[in-house]
Every structure is written in C-alpha cells, then in structure tokens.
Design a protein around this ligand. Structure first.
Ligand SMILES: [Zn+2]
Length: 314
C-alpha cells in the first residue's frame, strides 16, 4: 500500500512537471500580435507565420498598416497558405488591401495573389515588370484582368506614398529586364535577383523588404546605394538562406531587427551573422508571427508569437 502511494506521488509529480513544461510551451501571443487597437499613429509590420500544406515552401507574407490605417500586403505565400493570410486579415478586421505587392513571381511569394484579388477589395497590385509564364503567375494575371484591379509596375528610382506619412522607395530592379535565350528555363536565380527592393520610411523609422535577392545582386545594390539602404527593420532576403545576406549588404542596412520567414533554419551561419552584429533576429518557424511597430521615432516595439524554449541558436 505504501508502495502504491509512493508510486501515485511520483506519478502526480511527473504529471505536474509535464503540465508546467506544456504550459510554458503554450505561450501564444497571436491575439496580442493581431490586436489592432495598438496600431493608431504607428507604422506596423506583421510578419506572418505561414504553414505549407503542399510540397512548396510556405514562403513570405507581411501585412503592414500605415499610421493613418492603410493596409499593405507584401507577398502572399504559396497557395496553400491562403488560409493563414485570411486568418490574419480577419483578425485585423481588414476588408480592403490598399497596396498588394509581389516582390517576384515565384510560387512561395505570389501563391495567394489570385485568391486575395478575388476575395478582397484591392487598391492596386504592385510588382516589378518581370513576366514569368507559369500557372500561378497566369492565375493572378487573370484575376487582375477579371476584376479590373490596377496593376502598377515598379522600377528602380520610383517612389510612392503608403498613406499620407510613409514613403516607399524602390531601389531594385532597374527598368528594362533583358531576358536570356531560353527563359524561363533555369531561371531561379535570375528571378530571385530581380526581386523588388523596397524601403518604407516613416520619419526616423524604416523597414526594408528584399524578396529573395542573392548575394550578387545585393553586392551591386550595396555598392550603388550604400547608406541609403540603412533600415531599422529588415525582411531577411531569401528566407535566411546562404544564397543571400552578404556582408556589404548587411552592413549597409545595419538592421536592429531582422525577420526570416521560413519553414526551418535555412542556415545557422546566416542567422548568427545577424545576431552577432547585435540584430534581434527572428525566424517565423520558431518564433511564430512577429510584430514590429514604430511611432516614427526610430524605436521599435517588437513582439513574437512564441518564446524561445532554449537558446540553442546562439
Ligand atoms: Zn522565396
């Protein structure tokens, strides 16, 4: 009997311990991150945690709100992540996307474009001039044609306003894309290097969106623009992969906060290059959705959906 009691005690202690661990892992700030009551007067970026339900990478998607309440979506994951994007837009109470941006036409960036164009009121779609004849690309071009949503092509040197207070500058790519013989055969790097590079500036605060640029394009851009790339917040190029995030590019940007949207740690070396430079670096597959917001004073409020359960990355 005493043995039984001791066993019961041990079991209940184990149960309590496992509940405690479970409770710690269950910290989830999704509702807090998607609470719009904190957005007034702030430029806010919500880097989504997408979950792929297909063989494609889940990809990138960021929802931005301007200080005056305009909505921008940069990239739209693969088609199976539409439900994640829709869930986030619903949580924010968004019915109109004023600016829908595609950094480049790979499926993990344009996958939900057609569904969004057909389901939401859209101000305009913004892309580079690249044409990429695939079914996903054609789907969203068809959706544009069917709905009459304006399609605005951005090239290096363009600027436009996101609401009344946020300036958007286009650093890349230049006008006049030269397609090679046999395009789009073997075009992965070619297309990634033609990703839109956008800088959003609100007074003393700035966010840089880099699509999937590779190091060769990064180096050219860094040599040309240097300090003008300087940004508080960086969407890390190509999901944090080793193809990207060259030293001159990272140093020109000098980000305080960097976010990698990926299904896994693409390359620990890249993560560490940022974190060792003092950049607060997040990976959506580990940290969940990430909110970064600012009043324009150069300071950023940062909130991740989950807490790290260990510091194994550092
Ligand atoms: Zn990608």
């Amino acid at each position: 009997m005493r043995k039984m009691r001791r066993l019961a005690l041990v079991l209940s202690v184990l149960l309590l311990l496992s509940l405690t661990v479970f409770a710690e892992e269950r910290v989830d700030r999704y509702d807090q991150i998607f609470d719009v009551t904190q957005d007034g007067g702030r430029l806010t970026a919500r880097f989504l945690k997408l979950t792929t339900r297909s063989d494609d990478k889940s990809g990138d998607s960021t929802i931005l709100t301007s200080p005056d309440g305009k909505v921008m979506v940069v990239d739209t994951g693969n088609p199976s992540t539409f439900i994640d994007i829709e869930h986030a837009l619903k949580a924010l109470g968004v019915s109109k996307i004023d600016y829908l941006v595609a950094s480049h036409p790979h499926v993990d960036h344009i996958g939900s474009m057609a569904q969004l164009i057909r389901a939401y009121e859209i101000g305009a779609v913004y892309t580079s001039e690249i044409v990429y004849p695939t079914s996903h690309y054609n789907n969203y071009m068809d959706a544009l044609a069917d709905t009459g949503v304006p399609h605005i092509i951005l090239t290096e040197g363009d600027t436009f306003m996101f609401g009344d207070h946020v300036l958007v500058e286009v650093f890349h790519p230049a006008a006049g894309i030269e397609y090679y013989e046999g395009y789009p055969e073997g075009s992965t790097q070619f297309i990634n290097n033609l990703s839109l590079l956008l800088k959003l500036t609100y007074e003393d605060s700035s966010f840089l969106f880099t699509g999937d640029l590779y190091t060769n394009a990064e180096r050219e851009i860094a040599a040309k623009y240097g300090e003008r790339l300087s940004s508080g917040v960086l969407k890390v190029p190509h999901h944090g992969a080793g193809t990207s995030s060259s030293k001159p590019f990272r140093e020109a940007i000098g980000a305080e906060v960097a976010v990698m949207m990926s299904d896994a740690i693409e390359e620990l070396r890249i993560y560490r290059n940022y974190s060792k430079a003092g950049t607060k670096t997040f990976i959506t597959s580990i940290d969940g959705a990430v909110l970064v917001s600012t009043t324009g004073d150069g300071d950023y409020t940062v909130l991740s959906q989950f807490d790290r359960v260990s510091n194994f990355l550092d």
